[in-house]
Design a protein around this ligand. Structure first.
Ligand code: PBG
Length: 331
């Protein structure tokens, strides 16, 4: 059958009709808000390239956490901005580290709110890399060592979970990181803590504003020997498959906007919850255009977030979580 018998506009005729046939729904339960925490007191400092996103000291963090919880958002993704960096990123696994302190404080204030700890070393190493650097004396090349870094990442994950983190989210892209962290958590009696793996993390220019925010830009070279080539998607399936076999509980695709096809591919191939990370530059671009009056920010954001869900994401990490939660409430 075809036109004129078939008329697609019949199901678009009114708001009620459209509500009835809508295939994808965005709700506050889909959203997770990232949060940057730092040392000192009375710090609430806006990140210049990310208007509306701040560094909070622990005392000022409370008001932000309160708002997030009040809006009905289920989880916070925690990033630490430490005051000490060294070769091995030791403040990442320090019991008094900033992420550990913030985690304990959030869980004491809001036991129901999920704390998701980003597990990586790049904010904590003086090289800005996600692991330990090995200098090859014959070639003169410097690169991140895989297996040595795994031990430090595992140590970090265990200390975060001991501080009360509900979910461990390793973002370092070392081979075998899910297996190593799973084993470390299990040995520490933390077998109930799930791993949200940054399974498919591309080497992307879309992390630029985050690196300003987290002071985590690599001091030499780039992350191309561990993060994925943006041109590849079969490789995404291999990465995700390894993580599934190693015991991941969630699979993440990052960034999101330029990788909608990869989100869909993972959704069609795996039966774990799929997480899309709507990263820093995706946020900053919208903010810049909105500040110029070029776009309708609210409409653009809700359309984009709905698009991630339509592509196959079950959960969305986004700096717009608070805004989106309050807009959804008004709708
Ligand atoms: C740490 C990490 C990064 C992001 C999340 N975790 C930066 C990177 O890999 O360079 C990026 C988040 C964003 O851009 O919003 N490895």
């Amino acid at each position: 059958m075809a036109f004129p018998t078939v008329r697609h506009r019949r199901l678009r005729s009114s708001a009620a009709m459209r509500n009835l046939v809508r295939e994808t729904t965005l709700t506050v339960h889909d959203l997770i808000q990232p949060l940057f925490v730092t040392h000192d007191t009375n710090v609430k400092e806006e990140i210049p390239s990310m208007p509306g996103v701040y560094h909070f000291s622990l005392d000022r963090m409370d008001e932000e956490v309160h708002q997030i919880a009040e809006l009905g958002i289920q989880g916070i993704l925690l990033f630490g901005v430490p005051d000490h960096k060294d070769e091995v990123g030791s403040s990442a696994y320090d019991e008094q580290g900033i992420v550990q302190q913030a985690t304990r404080r959030i869980k004491a204030l809001y036991p129901e709110l999920l704390v998701i700890a980003d597990t990586c070393l790049c904010q904590f190493t003086n090289t800005g890399h996600c692991g330990v650097i090995h200098h090859d004396p014959t070639t003169g090349r410097a690169d991140v060592t895989n297996d040595e870094s795994l031990a430090l990442l595992t140590r970090t994950a265990v200390s975060q979970a001991r501080a009360g983190a509900d979910i461990i989210a390793p973002s370092n892209m070392m081979d075998g990181f899910v297996a190593a962290i799973r084993e470390g958590l299990d040995e520490a009696g933390l077998s109930h803590i799930p791993i949200m793996s940054y399974s498919v993390k591309y080497s992307s220019a879309f992390y630029g504003p985050f690196r300003d925010a987290a002071h985590s830009a690599p001091q030499f070279g780039d992350r191309k020997t561990y993060q994925m080539d943006p041109a590849n998607s079969m490789e995404a399936l291999r990465e995700a498959e390894s993580d599934v076999i190693e015991g991941a509980d969630f699979l993440m695709v990052k960034p999101a906007l330029a990788y909608m096809d990869v989100i869909r591919r993972l959704k069609d191939n795996f039966d774990l919850p799929i997480v899309a990370y709507n990263v820093s530059a995706e946020y900053s671009m919208v903010k810049a255009a909105a500040a110029n009056g070029w776009i309708d920010e609210r409409a653009i954001v809700l359309e984009t977030l709905t698009g991630f869900k339509r592509a196959g994401a079950d959960i969305i990490l986004t700096y717009f979580a608070k805004d989106a939660a309050s807009w959804l409430r008004q709708n």
